[in-house]
Structures are given as C-alpha cells and as structure tokens.
Design a protein. Structure first.
Ligand SMILES: [Zn+2]
Ligand SMILES: [Zn+2]
Length: 319
C-alpha cells in the first residue's frame, strides 16, 4: 500500500462510502518498479503472471502481489508433514496453482484477518482454520460482495494486462468453508515446526499474529507493516489495537524476523517496539498529523504511519 493510494479512502468501509474516485490514473501498475526489498531477496521462479515468490526465511516463502496498490503478501510456511498458507491474497488471480508448484504437502489455510485482500483465494482450499468471531463468520459466509470492494479493485489500481479475462466490474470475494476453529494460544503443528496463534484484535476483531518460537519469526498481518497502517475502518478498535501492539512489542527480544502482510516482506523486530512507542506518543497528542482527507489523519514516522479516523481518535483519547 502506497501513500499515493490514500485516494482509495473507502477501503473497508461500507458501500455508501465515498466513491467519487473510482480510478487511479497516475500509477501504472504494469511498469511499477519492484520494491527494493524484493530485489534483494532470492526469487523462486514459478509459472504465474500475477504472483512473485521469494524465499524469506527457513522454509518460509512469501507470495507477493506487486502489480496492484495493495501489494499484499501471503506466506507459505513449510513443516515436515504439512504446510500452512497464511492468507490467500486479493483474489484477482488464483493462488492455488502457485502453492502447488511450491509444495506437495497438505496445505492448511489460516488468515491474518478476514479483510477482503487476505481471503481472496480461501475458497480454493479445503482445510481452513479460523477464529470463531462474528466478523470471521460473516466473511466466511458472505465473502465480500462487489459493492463493498468495487472502489478498491479498479482498472487503474492494478495491472490488467497480467490478468487476461479478469473483469473489475464483477470482482467479488467468494465465501469459504471453515473446517476447524482455532483460538488465541493454540499451536498449529506442521511437523518439526509449531506455530502459535496470538490474537491481536484492533485492526479487526479477528486479527492474529503467528509465532514460530524456534526460529524467532513473527507474522503480523495488518497489525504491523511498513507503510501507512490502516486504522480507520468501522471495525477497527484503537484501544484493543494498543493492547495488541503492546503484546507484540514485548516479544521483540525473542524475534529474528517479522513478516508483515503488505509492502516489504521482512521487517526488523525493533520496529514493533517503535510501533508501540510511536502509537503512545501519537495518543498523547505529541505528534503533528497531516490531514489525509475524508475525516482522516496521518501520523507519519520513519518506517510506518497511522492512518486514523478523527472521530475514532477523539473517542480513543478519552477511553
Ligand atoms: Zn486489513
Ligand atoms: Zn490488508
């Protein structure tokens, strides 16, 4: 997600939200240079016009979607007996053929949260683990209909040449079937590798982080990424977010790598400490925001920013 795309201010809001801007014309997603962070990684060549795949850790593969403004990243985490796919992308192209090229192991799917850009390919898989929250259940049952996301995926927001046959005017996110409920503190055993689920509500009520204590890896979803962190949606709850990032900041000394769900696939653990500290500084009113339009403020720091709804912020500061 790039700064320029703050024009997409209706992201994650309801269908009656701002919709006068439906196309971005000043960004060419077919010729956009890849992020520097991607260029430094070892690429795994796969047959795909849409996804780019990189090795980012010990048996950890990032499946990146660089040809649209979301720049969402799904992760394939390999154990001895099973693989876990942490998110399934924005759903404009099928992710399962890419996963099949990367592993023969049975694949479990788990989502960092159920915003549309992370569950697009869920319906392609049989084994889906999920939290039992009302928010998760709603999106499993309904997906995201075209109206709710039509302002996000437009002709100007992605490289259509890479998606033959794809029609932005019919884009929606399929419902999916949950095969097993999981909860905070559960461990998913992939064989020789255990991943602990950490509930981090805030960005959404069903946001989770995933912790691999053996390797010191943490997947943070949209709770943390390098870029403007979206904290303005109706479903965002800032007080819960503060608690969640406090939990993550405490884990920093045990971590070697952080894997966020947008933009740069690898981040430094120390960023989680900065995330918490900067959030508290912001809460205390010690940072000057810029007006991002549509009743939103952007608090920008060196590696990331907070994009917050003004009304939510007023409420949060007195909570
Ligand atoms: Zn999100
Ligand atoms: Zn996202």
């Amino acid at each position: 997600m790039r700064y320029i795309l703050f024009l997409f201010l209706s992201l994650y809001t309801s269908s009656n939200a701002i919709s006068q801007i439906t196309e971005i014309t000043d960004s060419d997603w077919c010729n956009h240079p890849y992020r520097e962070s991607l260029q430094k990684l070892t690429e795994i060549k796969v047959q795909s016009n849409w996804f780019k795949v990189y090795r980012v850790g010990q048996n950890v593969i990032a499946i990146v979607e660089p040809y649209n403004f979301e720049e969402v990243i799904s992760y394939l985490i390999l154990g001895k007996n099973k693989a876990l796919l942490f998110d399934t992308g924005i759903g404009v192209d099928s992710i399962s053929p890419v996963v099949k090229q990367l592993t023969k192991l049975p694949v479990l799917v788990l989502n960092s949260h159920t915003h549309f850009d992370h569950i697009g390919g869920n319906y392609e898989f049989k084994n889906i683990l999920a939290l039992k929250t009302s928010y998760t259940l709603k999106h499993a049952k309904e997906g995201w209909n075209h109206d709710s996301i039509k302002d996000e995926v437009t002709k100007g927001s992605l490289c259509l040449q890479r998606l033959p046959g794809f029609d932005t005017s019919h884009y929606y996110i399929h419902p999916f079937e949950i095969s097993q409920f999981v909860k905070d503190g559960d461990e998913v055993d992939l064989g020789g590798r255990k991943l602990k689920i950490i509930a981090v509500p805030g960005h959404t009520m069903d946001a989770i982080a995933l912790f691999d204590s053996t390797n010191g890896y943490l997947w943070t979803g949209d709770t943390f990424y390098e870029g403007p962190i979206y904290l303005f949606a109706e479903e965002t709850y800032l007080l819960a977010y503060e608690k969640s990032i406090t939990t993550l900041a405490k884990m920093a000394p045990r971590l070697k790598k952080v894997f966020p769900s947008h933009n740069n696939p690898i981040s430094e653990p120390v960023r989680l400490v900065e995330l918490k500290n900067n959030f508290l500084t912001m809460k205390a009113g010690k940072v000057k925001p810029t007006d991002a339009g549509n009743n939103m403020l952007l608090f920008q720091f060196q590696y990331f920013g907070f994009l917050i709804d003004k009304n939510q912020l007023v409420k949060f500061r007195v909570e």
